[in-house]
Write a protein that binds this ligand. Structure first.
Ligand code: APR
Length: 314
């Protein structure tokens, strides 16, 4: 069987961690790309990672380079290039710089890997997925953003901490943009099938929801830069679903037109991920407040995309 090929653009904290998780899962051959100034550093990271192979027993060819030709024929491309947040910054503060970076890397990758599925991780996420889609001109099913897998992982982690139970038994849903106005949905969250609302009192659950919403900021404050292990794990879970055609249902930033009445933007929704990329957006029923929160999160995404559009043209 032919090995899959995964390219990760941006070999910084998130990118290198993506390569690490992909290698550990033996998903396929991995190409790590960064700017020419960091070509040696990127080659070094790839070599270091390759030398984990004998210990962890994975057989993946890992290349670190600044040359996009190495990415030719990739099945999945994870875009992490861009600047991360520093303390006091919101994800939105990154937009001007990251639009230019995401546009430039997408132009280059679209030439060498025109059949790939793009998974965008750079922030502000929803506007960066839109930038990658507009630039690549790929069909909407082959451009998707990683945010929900991370946001939901945070939500599940905090629920497990509160209950003292296994994270594996928690199933949760969260929608909207990857900002502090994301929409966790306790009504669609359960622990081994038991609605979470029966296990955690409302005030405690509200506090958990709030912590999940600003979970990225909590880490920026602690580390001085944004998170990378969990964002990378979320991205590689998506890559795995696509490469193995698993048809996993994961929350992703997917293109929604009539879906949820979004009207042509990428926002966090539950999706079926398989060989075709986003194979389906699942529409769930939303009640009054849930709908209102989603609408306000989508309005924020639209505003950001408007700003990104301006920088894309500039
Ligand atoms: N082409 C390729 N790589 C680039 C380019 C470019 N044009 N511009 C920047 N990069 C690389 C940087 O050289 C750096 O190695 O992107 C990498 C980013 O790494 P970090 O600074 O460590 O940032 P990281 O924490 O990985 O976050 C990257 O992901 O989660 C988001 O908000 C986060 O937007 C940020 C992105």
């Amino acid at each position: 069987m032919k090995r899959a090929k995964i390219t990760v653009i941006g070999a910084g904290n998130v990118g290198a961690s993506c390569a690490f998780w992909a290698a550990a899962k033996e998903l396929g051959d991995i190409v790590l790309i960064d700017i020419p100034d960091f070509a040696d550093k990127t080659a070094g990271k790839a070599l270091d990672l390759a030398q984990c192979g004998p210990v962890e027993r994975f057989d993946c060819k890992i290349t670190g380079t600044a040359d996009y030709e190495h990415a030719a024929g990739s099945d999945v491309v994870i875009i992490t290039a861009g600047i991360p947040r520093k303390p006091g910054m919101s994800r939105d503060d990154l937009i001007q710089t990251n639009v230019k970076i995401v546009k430039s890397v997408t132009q280059q990758i679209a030439k060498v890997a025109p059949q790939s599925v793009l998974i965008v991780v750079s922030n502000p996420l929803d506007a960066m997925v839109y930038t990658a889609w507009k630039t690549s001109d790929f069909p909407t099913n082959r451009v998707v953003g990683q945010a929900g897998c991370l946001d939901i992982a945070r939500f599940r982690t905090f629920i497990a901490m509160e209950l003292g139970c296994s994270v594996a038994d928690i199933s949760a849903l969260l929608m909207g943009g990857h900002g502090d106005d994301m929409v966790p949905l306790p009504r669609y969250t359960s622990v081994a099938g038991i609605p979470v609302t029966q296990l955690i009192a409302k005030d405690k659950l509200d506090a958990i929801i709030q912590r999940a919403k600003v979970g990225g900021g909590e880490i920026v404050k602690l580390m001085g830069t944004s998170a990378y292990y969990a964002p990378a794990a979320g991205s590689v879970a998506m890559a795995e679903a696509i490469i193995k055609d698993k048809k996993r249902i994961l929350p992703c930033a997917a293109y929604c037109d009539s879906e949820y009445g979004v009207g042509g933007y990428f926002v966090g929704v539950p999706c079926v991920l398989g060989a075709g990329g986003v194979e389906k957006v699942i529409e769930v029923e939303l009640e009054g407040d849930e709908r209102k929160m989603l609408d306000s999160s989508v309005a924020h995404v639209k505003e950001l995309v408007g700003v990104a559009d301006g920088f894309m043209k500039g």
